[in-house]
Design a protein around this ligand. Structure first.
Ligand code: CTP
Ligand code: MG
Length: 229
């Protein structure tokens, strides 16, 4: 299969304020990262999963995989200091069969199989596709002095999520150029934009939240409960 996913799970979850990586916190009784890995490993259009972890979690994650069928599709690699470093390590571990790659935060367990399929359809056409939603709030640029500098028109503002999908060759080129130039982006699309390549946006869903702070856990439990019906 020509499509793989790099799932980044190597952070520490500082904003959650938990004792260890937030991805171990339970959602519906299972660690957050397990929900995410299961969804992608079970998706018929995803041929391989590269799971990027930190050295503290590695053994425990490997032990879980050894007892679960997801193992067959999953390769575990170590991440780096910043998310961008973790993605780069993950890309290096993709097999040569992969023409397309999705990059996804393990901390976003609520993307759906249908959305993944739609994203794959779009990347096959355009070479890029990122999930995003129109912002609901008015966004302001605020200076360090606490004074509003400007208010961009809301119609053109989108809050960007993952997964983000790219031609593997394009994303590798972008990461390579960024590391050479010392350019840091907060998502993968930024690096591709910086190369001057157009990036296609796919309308995602407001449910595709990133579990970041403790209140997100409550929202997450609610989403799970509703989906279970
Ligand atoms: N991530 C990673 N490697 C890093 C930093 C982050 O793989 N060096 C991953 C996280 O594990 C997470 C995703 O990138 O799945 C999105 O990052 P974020 O939500 O910011 O998670 P953390 O960086 O762990 O949290 P915080 O910023 O609050 O410390
Ligand atoms: Mg972070």
């Amino acid at each position: 299969m020509d499509t793989g996913v790099v799932i980044v799970a190597a952070g520490s979850g500082k904003r959650m304020g938990a004792e260890r990586n937030k991805l171990w916190l339970p959602l519906g009784g299972e660690p957050i990262w397990v929900h995410t890995v299961r969804l992608f490993a079970g998706h018929p259009e995803i041929g391989e999963v590269v799971l990027v972890v930190n050295s503290r979690d590695r053994q425990e994650i490997q032990d879980w995989l050894d007892q679960n069928q997801e193992k067959q599709k999953v390769t575990v690699v170590l991440g780096g200091a910043e998310r961008q470093d973790s993605v780069r390590n993950g890309l290096a571990a993709l097999s040569p069969q992969c023409t397309y790659v999705l990059v996804h935060d393990a901390a976003r367990p609520f993307v759906t199989g249908e959305q993944i399929s739609e994203l794959i359809r779009q990347v096959r056409t355009d070479g890029t596709s990122i999930m995003a939603v129109p912002v609901k709030d008015t966004i302001k640029v605020v200076g360090a002095d606490g004074i509003v500098q400007s208010t961009p028109a809301r119609e053109s503002l989108w809050a960007v999520q993952t997964p983000q999908a790219f031609l593997v060759s394009l994303l590798k080129e972008a990461h390579e150029a960024a590391v050479q130039a010392g350019y840091a982006g907060t998502d993968d699309a930024m690096l591709v934009e910086w190369l001057g390549h157009p990036v296609r946006v796919m309308r995602g869903s407001y449910e595709n939240i990133k579990i970041t702070t403790p209140d997100d856990l409550w929202t997450g439990e609610e989403i799970l409960r509703r989906r279970k019906g």
